[in-house]
Design a protein around this ligand. Structure first.
Ligand SMILES: Cc1cc2nc3c(=O)[nH]c(=O)nc-3n(C[C@H](O)[C@H](O)[C@H](O)COP(=O)(O)O)c2cc1C
Length: 176
């Protein structure tokens, strides 16, 4: 599978089989996040890999929109350090995207659970603190997202993409 095939095949998968993920496979997916680029090459991100069933079930309570973690075989929580880089959020987001694509390559399904909320600091802190307390994440780290992982137990219907011409502009932003 080449990169573009993985990009085309990627979907959010929220239903998983009970089959465990081997450490080799999981480690490859984690490495995709490790090798993702960062602004100014600064080390702003951390990845917390969770496999423990009880911890995954509690992590599922971080927001109302990640209940699928109760079925997932593993999660990767991605954090960023604002004191290390002004690009911490982009760095963490790149890592999430790379993780998601590598999951496709190795035959896993993945779902993305947003934790950090740029518009509501109070809500964000409350959510982040749930994951922070559960996983011992230091105060200096903002908790950006949790990715769930598992072998897919669903095949989503084909996706209807926004028409290309509504997204892509050549030479200048054209409003039709
Ligand atoms: C920034 C961002 C935040 C998201 N937050 C959540 C979330 O909290 N819970 C969830 O189940 N899915 C979440 N998703 C997944 C999207 O809902 C999903 O990717 C989108 O509906 C498109 O479907 P697809 O991934 O199958 O193409 C998020 C995706 C992105 C990019």
């Amino acid at each position: 599978m080449d990169v573009f095939q993985a990009i085309q095949a990627r979907r959010e998968i929220t239903k998983y089989k009970d089959d465990p993920i081997s450490d080799d496979i999981l480690s490859k997916v984690v490495d995709a996040g490790v090798f993702a680029p960062t602004g100014n090459n600064l080390p702003s991100k951390n990845l917390i890999v969770v496999k423990d069933r009880n911890t995954l079930d509690q992590l599922a309570e971080t927001t109302p929109y990640m209940k699928w973690l109760m079925e997932a075989q593993a999660a990767i929580v991605v954090t960023g350090k604002p004191q290390v880089s002004k690009y911490w959020l982009q760095d963490a987001s790149f890592a999430c995207a790379y993780i998601w694509l590598e999951a496709v390559e190795v035959g896993l399904g993945s779902a993305f659970g947003a934790i950090y909320n740029a518009e509501d600091e109070e809500e964000s802190v409350e959510r982040e603190n749930h994951a922070r307390n559960l996983l011992g994440i230091p105060e200096e780290c903002r908790v950006v997202a949790a990715l769930g992982l598992g072998y897919p137990n669903e095949t989503p219907k084909p996706k209807k993409h926004v028409p290309r011409e509504e997204v892509v502009h050549y030479e200048a932003f054209k409003i039709y």
